[in-house]
Design a protein. Sequence first.
Length: 308
Amino acid sequence: MENKSHAFAAGLFAIILLAAGVFAIYWLGGVKEATDDYIIVARQDIGGLNPQAQVRYRGIRVGKVSDIRLDDEDRQNILITISIRRDIRLTRGTVARLNYQGVTGLAHILLLESGGSAEPLAPDGKEPPRIAMTPSLLDEFGNAGSATLREARQVLGKLDALLNAENRARLSATLVNLEAASSGLKPALENLNQTLSQMRKLFDERNVAKLSAAVGDAGPTLADVRAAARKVQAAADKLDAAIGEPPPGGAAALAPRLNDMADDISAAARQLNRLLRLLEETPQGLVFGVPAPPPGPGEPGFSPDKAP
């Protein structure tokens, strides 16, 4: 009786173990889905991508990598065979990209729509259709970094050629000359400030008012002087005409005196004309006096640059 119970327990254990094995195989294998094969053509490195890696379509898991091999016709191409669920419809505008998950370094295939042709990509059991792989973000960063480094190297080379020993010496000399010129400009600027201060004091409101009043008062005086000069000039012209005619009844004796008087009148007229021109050119002379003439050659303060 005891032997029968031991045999029953052993048989029951074997049946349970067999059922558990079948269930494990079924659970681990999963339900076999209908898939279609496609070939991804990659020309860049695919480090981290292994068979059985995931394939995602716009972030959704749709298949896996079934094979990775080199192209016999073009050794620069890497052919990656992927199996995609049959309900996923790809187009001729679909492209693949290598994407990395987290910090593990494991890669998977990411399928995207590039916005190209929307024509459906029909699967073919004999010759699977091919999908191009575009550079990943890491590849783009690497290419951009390499290009930037090359450009930086070129710029540094040009700067090194520009800042050679000769150009550095010239730049140093230029800086020394600029420093000397700036130190020489300081006294000139101080003198200019002093001159501007004096001009500001000279042309303050009070002096400007006096000058305006003097110019206004000089206007009628100049008009009177100009009229008197015209009268004197007319009298002189008449005297000259009278002296030049033959005098009757002993008038010839007055000719020398009349000539002297005419010369005096002419000289007075010329002085008045000079005075009028001087007042017209420098009316401020009524207030500040007649300006001194510029120094001539050999006189103190003469400058050839300021000579008329």
